[in-house]
Design a protein around this ligand. Structure first.
Ligand SMILES: Nc1ncnc2c1ncn2[C@@H]1O[C@H](COP(=O)(O)OP(=O)(O)O)[C@@H](O)[C@H]1O
Ligand SMILES: [Mg+2]
Length: 420
């Protein structure tokens, strides 16, 4: 047997013991193929959304919350739920790319859902995006007077952004609504761009958001999003804030994730059955939920690190000992992510040392240690560290405040007690 085969069999054996086909966790909702099997909680937010969707005229909803809290998962769940339950509805979704305006994003999203509409496909083609069906610019070229046959010349069309994206979108929307009663468009990650740009984006999109299509947008509770929430411009009919899940919901969520990758089915609703959390024990399953602090992405990420480590150690069960080893591994992996620069580490270590770093209390000396002159210089780094799940941004109105991700905080606390 080759080494690969042997190792593969070994790994197969441990997953067999765990009654899992694979690790069920995923860091982002885009990577998850079976979201509706694992989606948990958010009942109130879903109910509010459904309630609004009952009205006849189109509305716009802003779903906001911190990274990893479940914005993408939420809007995907809403869209697929609408598809299942409402007749004659068209749903479309798109992640907002930097340097794209909302109308262009909406145009692309909608056009992609209209594969049979030549005009929609032409729009995509023109922007250099692949239409669902081949399209050609047909020119009949009749040659000199002695040519008997016309030939079809196929010429590629150079990519070109629409000149009036809002108008193009409205035209396309009109076409869509000839056949559908309702068009719902989700635009994800509104403010993964510079605040100034994002602000302009929203200003430009006022007409769009008040038009005949429904919009579901997602953003962060800082920067532009907050400006729009507190302003009385009323750009959104419903601002919906996603908070961390409570521990009970996290626990149910963990069970659902595990259930989605079972070899032999286990009923996720029978929580008296110890098998629902296997290979975790009820205690380590709880501990995982506590470590995740109600942030679904952290639960996925830490859960994944622990499973991978336990598989490497060929542990049939994740008891407290294995769990602790898994956590240590998770910390190591988090800190050792590729793409972090020396300056990122200076900043991270400063936050770890201080516990909380805020624009209101940072000193010149500290800035110097982080090789920066002003706080705003390190803001992009802080945000990057949040993206990497190393820091979290604290929910405060007064200051811009960052703290270590709880998992790293715990490590520090235990290290400190070890010293004493
Ligand atoms: N309510 C939920 N139920 C189950 N999984 C969730 C839920 N919310 C988020 N997740 C999962 O947590 C991870 C992070 O969520 P995501 O929606 O990508 O966060 P965000 O878009 O806010 O950054 C994804 O793997 C996602 O599938
Ligand atoms: Mg997201």
């Amino acid at each position: 047997m080759s080494d690969f085969d042997e190792l593969f069999q070994d790994s197969e054996k441990i997953y067999e013991k765990w009654n899992l086909t694979e690790s069920p966790f995923a860091e982002s909702a885009e990577k998850l193929t079976r979201l509706n099997e694992v989606f948990t909680g958010r009942r109130e937010e879903l109910a509010t959304t459904i309630n609004l969707l009952r009205s006849r005229d189109a509305k716009s909803i802003l779903v906001y919350g911190w990274i990893g809290i479940g914005k993408t998962a939420f809007i995907q769940e809403v869209l697929s739920g609408l598809e299942r339950n409402m007749k004659n509805i068209l749903t479309a979704s798109i992640k907002l790319e930097p340097n794209t305006d909302l109308a262009t994003a909406a145009l692309i999203a909608l056009a992609r859902e209209m594969p049979d509409d030549d005009w929609a496909q032409f729009q995509l083609n023109r922007m250099g995006l692949r239409p669902r069906k081949a399209l050609h610019d047909r020119k009949t070229k009749a040659g000199g007077k002695f040519v008997f046959e016309g030939t079809i010349e196929e010429s590629a069309i150079a990519p070109e952004a629409p000149q009036f994206p809002t108008l193009s979108f409205e035209d396309l929307l009109k076409r869509a609504m000839e056949k559908r009663d309702r068009v719902v468009i989700a635009i994800d990650d509104l403010d993964k761009q510079e605040p100034a740009k994002a602000r302009k984006l929203l200003l430009d999109a006022q007409g769009l958001l008040k038009g005949r299509a429904w919009f579901l947008l997602t953003g962060h509770p800082s920067g532009i999003t907050r400006d729009y929430l507190i302003s009385d411009r009323g750009l959104f009919d419903l601002p919906l804030k996603l908070e961390p899940l409570d521990e009970e919901t996290s626990y149910r969520m963990l069970i659902k994730y595990l259930a989605s990758a079972r070899r032999r089915k286990v009923d996720p609703n029978n929580s008296n059955d110890l098998n629902v959390v296997h290979p975790f024990t009820p205690e380590t399953a709880r501990a995982l939920c506590q470590t995740a602090h109600g942030v679904p992405r952290w639960l996925n990420r830490i859960g994944n690190y622990i499973l991978l480590k336990a598989a490497e150690l060929k542990e049939p069960k994740i008891d407290d000992r294995v769990f602790q080893i898994g956590l240590a591994h998770a910390r190591e992996q988090l800190r050792g992510q590729p793409g972090l620069t020396p300056q990122d580490y200076y900043v991270l270590d400063m936050v770890l040392e201080k516990g909380i770093l805020s624009d209101a209390s940072v000193t010149l000396e500290e800035l110097d240690k982080m090789k920066a002159e002003t706080f705003s210089e390190i803001l992009p780094i802080l945000d990057k560290l949040v993206e990497y799940d190393l820091l979290q941004r604290m929910p405060t109105e007064r200051a811009t405040e960052y703290a270590p991700m709880p998992l790293l905080r715990q490590a520090q606390e235990t290290e400190e007690t070890d010293f004493n």
